[in-house]
Design a protein around this ligand. Sequence first.
Ligand code: 6PG
Length: 247
Amino acid sequence: MASNERFIEVYPDKEALSLAAVERVIYEANISISEKGFFTIALAGGSTPKRLYELLASSDYRDKTDWSKWHIFIGDERLVPFSSPDSNFGMAKSILVDNVAILEENIHPIDTVLGNMAAVDYEKKLKALYDRLGISGLDVILLGLGSDGHTLSLFPGKQAVTEKVSFVVATEHGILPPLVDRISITRATVEAAKLALFLVAGEDKSIVVEQIVHNSPSVTRPASLIAPTDTLSVCWMLDQAAASRLK
Ligand code: 6PG
């Protein structure tokens, strides 16, 4: 049985959610750095975390942590160049990574030039880093939620959702344009982490949030499968609009 609970936090709006998220991420980073000397995080794509990335890079927050101790990953990616407006890493790079003092060698994007083989390559890189740092998972994985219940690039009905062994998979597109293939970390990678932090904002997410919170986990809503374990804490940070149907 999981010893960790699923925490659900509701904030008045997306700005309040983003401010709470920046405090939480800085807190987790600084705890990890003081305990182990480094911090590992997988960033999320989508629109919701953009404000968090802006805040992390802002003058209010960027001096509150030692960026040279951060290792940054990306949870999922479309097979497009980083320069594309559809690149998750490209977005995180321009808003956050380029604006803080992260060491070049600690930035770990998915190498989309490799096409579907980028999954194998990223898995190798993750495992090599785990070995080098002596860890079995990342500290924090940021996650989003699609109105169809997807998280990462784990879309309902796709094989990637039930992958239990690989850390990273190549997968088909879901509902989100552009309809190009994707690379995604799997549940196995999330379950090996310490904290899965969902950031969910907007009324269009309220139905699926209600379904996930009030029903048992289901492959039809892949995000619901990210459940706490003895080692993984799961925290859902919602704005009031996304939480509006919760009892
Ligand atoms: C992406 C992510 C996706 C995203 C959700 C939520 O590539 O965009 O894979 O899982 O996190 O779709 O996106 P929003 O934050 O834009 O609602």
